[in-house]
Design a protein around this ligand. Structure first.
Ligand code: 5AD
Length: 350
């Protein structure tokens, strides 16, 4: 083994052992230009995934039930200033039908996601959650954005199990520039409220935002560890033509994979998806992500009728496929990698 690779292995040992890894150790890999070092990183992340989680891949059926949003996140196609987008809001009946479809594929987690819809009726949401829990033996994950403690408590009480809320970036200045009218502090408040209510909590970041530094990506990885998150979504920035960031180039897939791999090594047992965002970049990045730490896939069960209107970013993969076909395509992907689908609910391994 040459000196450089030997060095890299030592750094990886340290990153694996430390409670919170040093920023400089993480930075070494994000800044590395030697491809053999990156190969070592990916391979160590893959072994960590195998050791802590095994070869099973969990599936989460995603239903994007409303595209209305009160926010103006500069990167997101759902931002309220985007008047070119046809907005929709699914009824309970439509949502329950989509949930049945998720269940018909033996998938035992449903993720209910929407924009931050000002008209979201908290009681309606509560009733929907308890209806799903009554009908199916399924975990319910919510991804509805920032709300007050009382709302989170109401939904938890109704049977919701998990909540996803990305921090997007831990760099406060960058966060403020990208999220007019929002506050980083409130986002953290939400994550901590969710934790204290007993949800499994997921967060994550966008990689490749202009102004984001390697040092801040290292902070993000430390943050995942410090907050003891259960689920972590890491996706590249994808430039959307109807947003203020339309002229910027999309995030780099390779950098996204490096962050993912380090996150696996650092956080050990967390559930990490091969995100739809990375799958929508040109190249076989969904498989790549599964080979360097990811253990979750999220087939989209939003009815095709609405799917193209939920345009967070353009060219989302499989927009013309119904959930059942989408799930089948992911089963085949798992098989092709010699992994199997694990049909259990897939709570974070303790
Ligand atoms: N590129 C990549 N990810 C995006 N998201 C929103 N817009 C974009 C984009 N243009 C992600 C955010 C949000 C999640 C629902 O989608 O991380 O939390």
């Amino acid at each position: 083994m040459n000196d450089e690779i030997h060095h890299a292995e030592e750094f990886l040992d340290r990153i694996e052992q430390d409670d919170t890894p040093a920023g400089s150790d993480l930075e070494y890999f994000l800044a590395a230009s030697n491809q053999s070092i990156i190969e070592r990183l990916y391979s160590r992340a893959d072994s960590a995934r195998k050791r802590h989680i095994g070869n099973g891949i969990y599936l989460r059926g995603l239903i994007e039930f409303s595209s209305f949003c009160r926010n103006r996140c500069l990167y997101c196609g759902l931002n309220r200033n985007n008047t070119s987008l046809a907005r929709y809001r699914m009824t309970s009946e439509e949502i329950l039908k989509a949930v049945d479809s998720v269940a018909s594929c033996r998938i035992s987690t449903v993720v209910l996601q929407s924009g931050e819809d000002d008209s979201l009726d908290h009681i309606w949401m509560r009733d929907l959650i308890s209806e799903i829990r009554n009908r199916h033996n399924m975990a319910v994950t919510l991804s509805l954005g920032e709300w007050e403690y009382q709302a989170y408590a109401l939904w938890k009480e109704a049977g919701a199990n998990r909540y996803l809320l990305k921090i997007e970036t831990t760099d406060r200045d960058l966060y403020d520039r990208l999220h007019p009218g929002m506050s980083h502090q409130n986002r953290l408040r939400c994550l901590r409220d969710l934790r204290s209510l007993g949800y499994e909590v997921g967060s994550g970041i966008i990689v490749g935002l202009r102004g984001q530094t390697v040092a801040s990506l290292c902070r993000d990885i430390q943050f995942f560890k410090e907050e003891n998150l259960d689920m972590i979504g890491i996706g590249p920035f994808i430039s959307h033509p109807s947003t203020e960031l339309c002229k910027e180039s999309s995030g780099d897939a390779e950098m996204t994979l490096r962050v993912l791999a380090l996150t696996r090594i650092v956080t050990k047992t967390t559930n990490i998806p091969a995100t739809t965002a990375i799958a929508s970049l040109d190249g076989d990045f969904r498989s790549q992500a599964l080979k360097c730490g990811a253990n979750v896939l999220m087939p989209i069960f939003t009815p095709v009728l609405h799917k193209s209107s939920y345009e967070i970013y353009p060219d989302r993969s499989c927009t013309n496929e119904e959930g059942v076909q989408y799930a089948e395509c992911l089963f085949r992907l798992a098989e092709s990698l010699n992994r199997h689908i694990d049909y259990s609910k897939g709570d974070r391994k303790k």
